[in-house]
Design a protein around this ligand. Sequence first.
Ligand code: PMP
Length: 377
Amino acid sequence: MNAARPPERGPAAAEAVAGRIAGTVRADIRALAAYAVAPAADGIKLDAMECPYELPETVREDIARAVRDAALNRYPPGGTGALDQDVRQAFGIPAEAGLLFGNGSDELIHLIVQACCEPGDAVMSPWPSFVYFDMAARFDHARFVGVPLTDSLELDLPAMLRAIAQHRPKVVFLALPNNPTGGLWPDQAVQAIIDAAPGLVVLDEAYQPFAGQTWMPRLPALPNVAVLRTVSKIGLAGLRFGYLAGHPDWIAQFDKVRPPYNLNVLTQAALRAVLRHKPVLDAQAARLRADRAPLAAALAALPGVSVFPSAGNFVLARFSGQPDGNAVHLALKTRKILVKNFSGAHPLLAGCLRISVGTPAENAALLAALQDILRSH
Ligand code: PMP
């Protein structure tokens, strides 16, 4: 029997590891903080734009059957024929478009940057937007250029066009609607960016189900555009599934950098089972969309609080008085209500908290807590 050597501990071991890491891991990675995911907590979770509704029993039973029968002893089969058909039908993908599936749409963002960018090439997005555009660009040695939104958190089209002319980005990411601000950039402005961009424009429609409009049907007429979507915001965040639609020749390039078997058999099986119940997902999204305006109005009625227009399943609220955004975030947390604090993330987001639309009971609990926090200060 081999006696396992106990792992070395203590300051000397830590120092040895630190020295080896310093000489091995890229300096820019060592300087980064990891993407922050709040630990699961009991209470009210309004920090990650998840759907607060659980799937009905009938759907769960279908998933359980599908997952039970999945061939876990085999790698996922090459090609995604049946899933491809189901996704096309469920989400209205034009027949001419190619499709690439990802382990979440995060992964697809990476694949796009990896396939397109030489070290130092520019990746661009209005800013603030989804932080992973910036992170993926950095990881993949590209140069991220964030073009500031206006003070009212709208797209600054002249600034975008100037930045495109100056930096000639390989990839422009436009989140439609934008995270974390909620704004939906006007069609003419998006078209102007598409026309001006020298490379690929990725329209990230993660929050599209709450916006009620999409670029997807226009895709075949747009040779330098791909549309990115996810099922995470419509009730399936735990599944980790995203898809990219674009001209088949673009998709073929991105497919080359996709890790083999990236989409596991359980995700594929569960997704196909859920998509047979697509109206359930649609109804949940419609419910959240309907509950957004009353939540925004109630937040805006609180003293010192302003709310930015949102087309997503969340609202961005600015706390300009006392207590400030940081203090409100903390006070909510002690009451077991989790929202996302953007106060220190960017000067344009001073005092801002992003709040997912929850169930009516969750929204009411949030508002009651905020009233109490603002009153008792
Ligand atoms: N795009 C945008 C704009 C997002 O906000 C998010 C999630 N926060 C994603 C993509 C990634 O979603 P997922 O990886 O869960 O598919």
